[in-house]
Each structure stands twice: as C-alpha cells, then as structure tokens.
Design a binder for this molecule. Structure first.
Ligand code: ATP
Length: 326
C-alpha cells in the first residue's frame, strides 16, 4: 500500500523535545507529499475523532517549547476492544495508513495492538523523561529533565550549605533510577537512592554521618520509586538516628517535565522524527527508533514493550568513592 496519509500522536507523560519531534515529522512528511494528521491528546483523541490536518504553519516556531502542541493523555478506553474499534474507524474514515507514536513503552504497546487490528504501518519514537525504554541510549526529554534537576539541586545546595542542613531531594523515576543516579553525579550529591538497589537505612545513616563530617551540607537524591519510600518518608525514618542534624526534604515534582528542551533533545528529536517518516516511506512497520551513541538505530517495537532499560548501577561507586570516608 502506498503511503499517502500519516497520523502522529504524543502519548503517556509529556517530555521536553516532543514538539521538536512533531515539527520534524510534519515538515518531512509534507516535503515528501504525504498528508499529515495530528491526533490530539493521544489515543483518547483518536477514539474521540479529534484528528486534524497539519500544515507547515502549525509547526512554525515550536522547536524551543516544552510540552506537546498536540496534547497527551493516558486513555483507559484504548485498552478496550470497543475503544480501539472507535479509534480505528476514525483513522479509516481519513484513509490514514501510517502512524507515528511518540511516547513510552505503554504507548508502543497500544501501537502494536493497533497493527493487529487494522492495516496500518506504525513507528514508535521514545519520548519520556524516565529514559527507561529498551533499545535506545536516550529518550526524548531525558537530557532536559536531567538538566532541570541538576539546576534545582544546585540551588538547594546553596541554602543547605548556608544552614548546615541535610537535604533529601525527591526526583522522578517510579521504576528507573536514571534521573536520580545521573543527577546525583552531576550535582555533586553525596548519596543516590534508586529503585534498582535495595535501600539499607542503617547504611544510609552511617553514610550521611560520614559524608557530613567537615562539611556544611549533605544531599541525598531519592528516586520516587525507591523501595524505602519517597524523600519525606525516608527522612522521617532516619530522623531518630540523626538528631544532631537539621534535616529537610524537597520534592521537585512536575518542574522536571517542563521547560525548553536541551540542545541534545532537540537534535535527537529532530533526527528521530525524520527517520520515522523515512522508515514509513520505505515500507517499514512495527519498528521503534533508538539512538546508539551518535547513530540512529531501529528495532522491532515488541522488544521495547517486553523489556525495560536500567541505569548502569556501577556508577554508584563514583558517589561512594567521592564521599568523605573518615
Ligand atoms: P510514560 O513512560 O511517560 O509513562 P507510556 O507511554 O509508557 O509513557 P502509559 O500510560 O503506560 O504511558 O501508556 C500510554 C497509553 O497507551 C495508555 O494510556 C493506553 O491508552 C495505551 N496503552 C498502554 N498499554 C496498552 C496495551 N497493552 N494495549 C493497548 N493500549 C495500551
């Protein structure tokens, strides 16, 4: 089937750089005489028929903005056969025969399911700040989120040092510690607690006491999915053993998702967007695009649905070797 009309959507959590990717897809498709339709709010908009034709002017001047101009959502209806039937009817009415999905592995599972129920070619682009998608070194938004976190931790360090405080800073990462581990290294934090490692509270207390010797502050970065709890919960658990210190916590929350995308995310999102259109043109389907070093790669989408990526936990040794040991 000749590719004539494609749709694109952003799905799951938003991430900085999604707009850069949308821009690349729309421009590249139009330059190849392919009509492009933007689906609003992910699969939910597909079900509700909120699908609009896009032109060059829709993507003018958006590369620098965070979020997604198409909107995003998590759709319970799309998990049902009847919900997907409505979505398929809406795509068929417009004679759409290609789809680009920018999102996480859940969004890819949805796309994969769609190809089993209709004749459509699908390409997935990894867009999530968590960086936990299998088959790519980096996901769109991760680098921007990491920079946002590091800049926030730098600011907290100023006040922590001024007041001789120990700070527990909670960052995003329900299932993966990429943001926590790498922001800890980049901000000079003393300790990182990540979901991939069991947290030993006794050891944590000892490490805090040690690292705080001769120092005015200690920073503990806590991934929200750590097995011992969030930043406040962990702080409360260790407080009785650290009574001589002033403890504080901070939950960085949604600021990590927003803001202007980093240069790295803009470039990668642009490369991936163009590659997605080219893959569709060459007749590929059910592929997920990734980046390996500087090189674009693509894999069967199913691979990234079945597996999760994990950070290199040997990097924890870096923190350990730089922490004060008396
Ligand atoms: P993030 O990493 O930011 O959470 P995600 O893409 O993994 O992004 P999910 O909420 O898991 O986010 O998935 C997005 C949407 O994809 C879901 O709301 C649902 O509509 C659809 N989806 C997820 N899993 C499936 C599935 N197995 N079958 C059909 N649709 C699915």
């Amino acid at each position: 089937m000749k590719l004539s009309k494609i749709a694109l959507l952003t799905s799951g959590g938003d991430s900085p750089g999604m707009n850069a990717c949308i821009r690349a897809i729309v421009k590249c498709a139009l330059n190849n005489k392919i009509e492009v339709f933007g689906v609003e709010d992910g699969y939910q908009g597909m079900i509700e028929g909120r699908i609009r034709k896009m032109s060059y002017s829709d993507v003018d001047n958006i590369i620098q903005y965070g979020g997604t101009i198409l909107g995003t959502a998590r759709s319970k209806d799309f998990l049902t056969v009847s919900g997907r039937k409505k979505a398929i009817d809406n795509l068929q009415k417009l004679q759409i025969n290609g789809l680009v999905v920018i999102g996480g592995d859940g969004s890819f599972a949805g796309a994969n399911q769609l190809t089993k129920e209709m004749d459509i070619a699908v390409i997935g682009i990894p867009g999530t700040i968590d960086n936990d998608i299998f088959g790519t070194d980096h996901t769109i938004g991760y680098d921007s989120a990491l920079n946002t976190v590091v800049s926030a931790v730098d600011k907290i360090r100023d006040t922590a040092t001024s007041h001789h405080r120990i700070f527990f800073i909670e960052v995003m990462g329900r299932d993966a510690g990429f943001i926590a581990l790498n922001s800890a290294i980049a901000s000079g934090a003393e300790i990182a607690l990540i979901p991939e490692e069991v947290t030993d509270l006794e050891e944590l207390v000892a490490n805090i006491k040690n690292s705080n010797k001769g120092k005015r502050s200690t920073i503990v970065i806590v991934a929200e999915g750590d097995d011992a709890g969030g930043a406040k919960e962990i702080m409360d658990k260790v407080k009785p053993f650290l009574q001589e210190y002033e403890l504080r916590y901070s939950v960085l929350g949604h600021i990590q998702r927003g803001g202007s995308p980093s240069v790295k995310d803009r470039i990668m999102a642009t490369q991936m967007g163009v590659h997605a259109v080219n893959l569709l043109i060459s007749g590929e389907t059910n592929r997920m695009i990734g980046i390996n070093g500087e090189k674009l790669v693509n894999h069967p989408i199913e691979k990234s649905i079945k597996q999760h990526d994990k950070p290199d936990i040997s990097k924890l040794i870096l923190l350990d070797s730089l922490r004060t040991h008396f």
